[in-house]
Ligand binder design. Structure first.
Ligand SMILES: Cc1ncc(COP(=O)(O)O)c(C=O)c1O
Length: 411
């Protein structure tokens, strides 16, 4: 039973409407929505339906310019209103940037072997259409210190390097990348930074200006627990559009720099998910009421418990995410990936790890199986991990249930 009087997080969890018996540890794939925001969404849909054209042209919270909701999300992530576009998801934001970027043949992009298909897919289009070269760096799982990653990016720079494209938090192992250092390095060499922030919005206390990236795409429907199909795209200094991005999904691409900013043009794309964007802005209010820093601390504290329990059962070497040592602190996130075995070779046995994940799901415990190349970058033999997400609605009992079920699977 939730102890609402003594535990404020029990009060937060009570806002959500998971079916009884479900242990939801897969926010990395999709978050949920608090009941009160489900109600906001329903009311916004009803308002839109009551006079659709009035809503589209004139309602300050539902209109097609999205001025108010963009401003709210900008304040939430430490950006200026003009720098934010409301999108359907991270995939859309990354595609807007990568397909709209003025690549030249032989431009080089440095990314990693732990990035998402949403990044590789538009890069693949640019590679085949324009002839850019994409360099995928291997990453150790886990790295020992952030400098290992920064050095690898620096070593990959050539006179043709045009962009660094990487995740803030990798979906494979939950590695939090040294974003501000990578962006500073890129900036000092005239290289653009395109960051996939799918897992950071709502998990971390974000300030995009402090991170220093040029472009940042994120999901509203994962860790922030906004409505399905919501996200944001950040474009640094969108008023001047320093990278000369073209508006590829827009009714007004010809107006960029000629009446409209790049962000305004990318927002002007026909009928939008107005009710969902209005609700996304209210979700930011919900998170601010709890406190972004408090949410980040809560999520990391729970993920530390997962790290410790896994290491107790299968040894520290079972962790693909960083452990709890102080010098890896900055690389922690709310995603923890590990091999539920003491035999490191079982990492290459997809059936073994997948089988455990499927059994857990059948028992009402949602986690995910992720795949990634080893530190040597061998793409022919993928390693497999069990990935656990601990979100603001989870608690230590959820972690206990996960590990009790894992022990039971082995008995
Ligand atoms: C790192 C990463 N990037 C992008 C995505 C795609 O997110 P969206 O559904 O918001 O497009 C995911 C989804 O899991 C992800 O893990």
């Amino acid at each position: 039973m939730a102890d609402l009087a003594n535990d404020p997080w029990a009060g937060v969890a009570a806002e959500f409407s998971f079916v009884p018996g479900l242990t939801y540890l897969n926010t990395g794939s999709e978050g949920s929505m608090p009941r009160r925001l489900q109600a906001v969404l329903g009311e916004a849909v009803a308002k839109w339906a009551s006079s659709p054209s009035q809503a589209f042209f004139f309602d300050p919270l539902l209109d097609s310019k999205e001025t108010a909701n963009r401003a709210r999300m900008a304040a939430f992530v430490g950006a200026r209103p003009q720098e934010i576009v409301l999108t359907d998801n991270t995939t859309m934001g990354l595609a807007m940037v990568i397909i709209g970027f003025p690549w030249r043949p032989r431009d080089e992009v440095v990314t990693t072997q732990h990035d998402h298909f949403s990044m590789y897919s538009p890069l693949g289009v640019a590679a085949s259409r324009v002839g850019i070269d994409v360099v995928e760096l291997p990453l150790p799982s886990p790295p020992e210190r952030p400098a290992q990653i920064i050095d690898a990016f620096e070593a990959a720079i050539t006179p043709n390097t045009r962009a660094f494209c990487f995740s803030h938090i990798t979906f494979t192992t939950g590695l939090r990348m040294p974003v501000s250092q990578l962006c500073a390095l890129a900036r000092s060499r005239g290289i653009a930074t395109i960051v996939d922030g799918a897992h950071a919005l709502g998990m971390l206390d974000l300030s995009l200006h402090d991170l220093g990236c040029d472009f940042y795409a994120a999901s509203g429907h994962k860790w922030l627990n906004g409505p399905p199909a919501t996200g944001i795209l950040y474009i640094r200094d969108a008023q001047t559009n320093p990278w000369n991005l073209a508006a590829v999904i827009s009714e007004k691409s010809a107006s960029v720099g000629n009446g409209l900013t790049i962000a305004e043009a990318l927002q002007k794309r026909g009928e939008l998910g107005g009710p969902a964007y209005l609700t996304l802005a209210r979700t930011a209010d919900f998170a601010d009421t709890i406190g972004k820093r408090a949410i980040e601390t809560r999520i990391l504290t729970l993920s530390d418990i997962v790290r410790r329990r896994a290491a107790e059962l299968w040894g520290e070497q079972c962790l693909y995410s960083v452990g709890t040592a102080a010098d890896t602190d900055a690389m922690r996130s709310g995603l923890v990936a590990f091999l539920p075995s003491r035999d490191p070779l079982r990492a290459y046995d997809a059936d073994f790890v997948n089988g455990i994940v499927q059994t857990l799901v059948q028992r009402g415990i949602w986690v995910l199986c992720t795949q990634f190349p080893n530190a040597a970058g061998d793409t022919t033999r993928q390693m497999n991990a069990l990935r656990v997400s601990t979100s603001l609605y989870n608690n230590e009992d959820d972690v206990d249930r996960l590990f009790a079920a894992l022990r039971a699977i082995y008995d």
